[in-house]
Design a binder for this molecule. Structure first.
Ligand SMILES: [Ca+2]
Ligand SMILES: [Ca+2]
Ligand SMILES: [Ca+2]
Length: 253
């Protein structure tokens, strides 16, 4: 505590000597992450509320982890269809949906949002923080829009593929609800461990495996996995890698 007070004090002493413009910049650097965190939390809360509503109105469809694993090939098929949709909205074909492309995409899906809200969603769905929405994040985005705004969203994506997309999104969301035992919109490690082991009494999943699994899903390392982290991980595990992703992953550290 004393150490923290010391750092704060040193910081203030330095600020006194800085020009006013620099102080303004520091102030905006300090407030910006707070605003971002608030927008992130608001969206987390909205998603959690929609999940609770859904859990109340829907019968549980998954009873074991194996039943989820068996659906992965179907997820993969569904992802192939979404790739065509992504290409349609990635107007300049650079493999990323930027802010303007997202606004135009949300307009076509008739999702009512202000530009600021659209930008918040853009930031929220940039799960890997590489800037912009790449394909896997676009699947997360569409699934979240489906959860928040209902099946009309997928109908506007594609009348023809709508039923198939709904099926994939329903299954993905139900898989999350299977693990989110207390229905607060966050999976805890103990929930995942319990679920992984309740199907078989003889063959327990080693604890280091569930720990590793959880660590891979908990992208921001806060000890909980929310729906977007779960979706992003499942999409990776379903094995859909686009050529663009392969190319950009090679370049990343
Ligand atoms: Ca683009
Ligand atoms: Ca991204
Ligand atoms: Ca997390």
């Amino acid at each position: 505590m004393l150490g923290l007070c010391f750092f704060l004090l040193v910081g203030q002493l330095k600020l006194v000597r800085w020009p006013v413009a620099a102080m303004g910049m520091v102030a905006s650097m300090c407030t910006e992450p707070i605003k971002r965190r608030r927008a992130e939390k608001d969206l987390d809360d909205k998603v959690a509320a929609a999940l609770r509503e859904r859990a109340r109105s829907r019968q549980r469809t998954f009873r074991t982890v194996n039943s989820i694993t068996m659906r992965l090939p179907r997820f993969k098929d569904g992802l192939r269809d979404i790739k065509d949709v992504f290409d349609q909205y990635d107007e300049d074909s650079n493999g990323t949906i930027d802010n303007d492309e997202l606004r135009s995409c949300l307009g076509k899906l008739q999702v009512q949002m202000s530009d600021k809200e659209a930008d918040d969603v853009h930031r929220y769905c940039d799960v890997d923080r590489r800037g912009g929405i790449q394909f896997q994040e676009f699947v997360v985005l569409l699934c979240l829009m489906y959860l928040l705004f209902g099946p009309d969203v997928t109908r506007r994506v594609s009348e023809f593929e709508s039923a198939k997309l709904n099926y994939v999104f329903d299954e993905l969301i139900d898989a999350f609800l299977f693990f989110d035992k207390d229905g607060d919109g966050k999976m805890k490690r103990k929930d995942v461990t319990r679920r992984m082991n309740e199907a078989s009494h003889q063959e327990r999943t080693p604890s280091h495996t569930t720990a590793q699994l959880f660590k891979e899903m908990d992208l921001n390392r806060n000890g909980k996995v929310n729906l977007k982290e779960f979706l992003y991980s499942i999409i990776r595990w379903a094995g859909h890698e686009t050529e663009d992703d392969d190319a950009s992953n090679e370049g990343s550290p």
